[in-house]
Design a protein around this ligand. Structure first.
Ligand SMILES: [Zn+2]
Length: 127
């Protein structure tokens, strides 16, 4: 399920930048109080970009919108700092291409919104 969500969120980013990135594996968190939490590993083909580990508490694994929001935030950070995506607004706002969209919960769904006008633009992982 998380593999599908990672792939779906990656499709929200420009293909040329997200192409080398893919879900790699889920690793259980071994801390005594982890309570079902996991690390999701996402890896890049590029030697310049390492693997990314995204931590999910157990209670975020169930509501799909929460998992999408966390993935959108973290993948946005990582792709924006990757060799291919450095310095670019990712994903770009369709109203103002100079800044990136921001993932937010809107009515219980994860949605990419313009950070300036707060308009909802498109659902996270719609494609
Ligand atoms: Zn905007």
């Amino acid at each position: 399920m998380l593999a599908d969500l990672v792939a779906a969120v990656l499709r929200d980013f420009p293909p040329g930048i997200a192409a080398g990135w893919r879900f790699s594996r889920v690793v259980p968190d071994r801390e005594p109080d982890a309570d079902g939490a996991v690390w999701v590993c996402v890896s890049s083909d590029s030697d310049l970009d390492g693997d990314v580990r995204i931590w999910f508490p157990a209670d975020e694994l169930e509501p799909r919108a929460h998992a999408l929001l966390r993935l959108a935030d973290r993948l946005q950070d990582e792709l924006g700092e990757s060799a291919a995506g450095w310095g670019q607004p990712l994903p770009p706002c369709d109203l103002h291409p100079q800044h990136p969209l921001q993932a937010q919960l809107v009515g219980g769904a994860a949605v990419w919104c313009c950070p300036v006008t707060h308009e909802a633009r498109r659902p996270v992982a719609a494609g």
